[in-house]
Design a binder for this molecule. Structure first.
Ligand SMILES: O=P(O)(O)OC[C@H]1O[C@H](OP(=O)(O)OP(=O)(O)O)[C@H](O)[C@@H]1O
Ligand SMILES: O=c1cc[nH]c(=O)[nH]1
Ligand SMILES: [Mg+2]
Length: 220
């Protein structure tokens, strides 16, 4: 039996494990191999909305004067840099849906990456980012951080486009991937619902959820 681990002391800094009970419950339902694709997608969307709260917790606000039906008051509104959500195709689309529910004004970019099944290197096949991404905080979305090769490549593309403020959101991270991403991009914080035990010989996260893209789109 493989239990997920949260060896917080051994992890690189800049990792936020969002261990809210609602998220943990929904993640358990997603992990079950018999959970069908339609339920899997819905659970991922719900968890993504909850992760959106955590990854935006440090967004600055400023005060503005408004009129309520009873009086005028100083009230907070969002201030500072705008956001760009960057979905790593294919599986990032599963997180993007939920994030856009909470952050409807965000711009959206896409990075198409697949893992070479033998070398586990990330192979890029698509890139489309908003022109003004350098003026935004980018939140890169991908459910799985396994070897970390895809995440590191996605962050490199976003930085190459001029973005200096980057965060990474996933559902499950492996310790190996957290280290690879931190070594390549120590300035990028990672928000994850779980840190699992290890990678298997094929680079899959154990216990994990299997192939996220296949489970979202029912392709296996
Ligand atoms: O950390 P890594 O070892 O790079 O693995 C993680 C990547 O693997 C999965 O994508 P996959 O290559 O299966 O593509 P898909 O989303 O099109 O299925 C996942 O969505 C990540 O992008
Ligand atoms: O466990 C894993 C590892 C990489 N990609 C996935 O979709 N799942
Ligand atoms: Mg896949």
């Amino acid at each position: 039996m493989n239990a997920p681990t949260s060896p917080k002391a051994a992890l690189p800094p800049n990792i936020v494990v969002v261990d809210h009970p609602l998220i943990q419950h929904k993640l358990t339902l997603m992990r079950r191999s018999r959970t069908p694709a339609n339920e899997f997608r819905l659970l991922l969307r719900e968890i993504s909305m909850l992760l959106a709260y955590e990854v935006t917790r440090d967004m600055p606000t400023e005060m503005t004067e408004i009129e309520t039906p009873l009086t005028t008051m100083q009230a907070p509104i969002l201030a500072g840099k705008k956001l760009c959500l960057v979905s790593v195709l294919r599986a990032g689309g599963g997180i993007l849906e939920g994030m856009l529910e909470i952050l409807p004004a965000a711009r959206v970019g896409h990075v198409g990456l697949y893992r070479d099944p033998v070398s586990l290197a990330a192979v890029e096949y698509y890139l489309k980012l908003p022109r003004d991404i350098s003026e935004r905080t980018a939140i890169i979305l991908d459910p799985m951080l396994a070897t970390g090769n895809s995440a590191a490549a996605a962050v490199s593309e976003v930085k190459a486009a001029g973005c200096q403020s980057v965060k990474f959101v996933c559902l499950i991270a492996a310790p190996e991937g957290l280290k690879t991403l931190h070594d390549a991009h120590p300035d990028v914080p990672v928000y994850t619902a779980a840190v699992d035990s290890h990678l298997n010989d094929h680079g899959y996260i154990v216990p994990g959820i299997g192939d996220a893209g296949d489970r979202i789109f029912g392709t296996k």
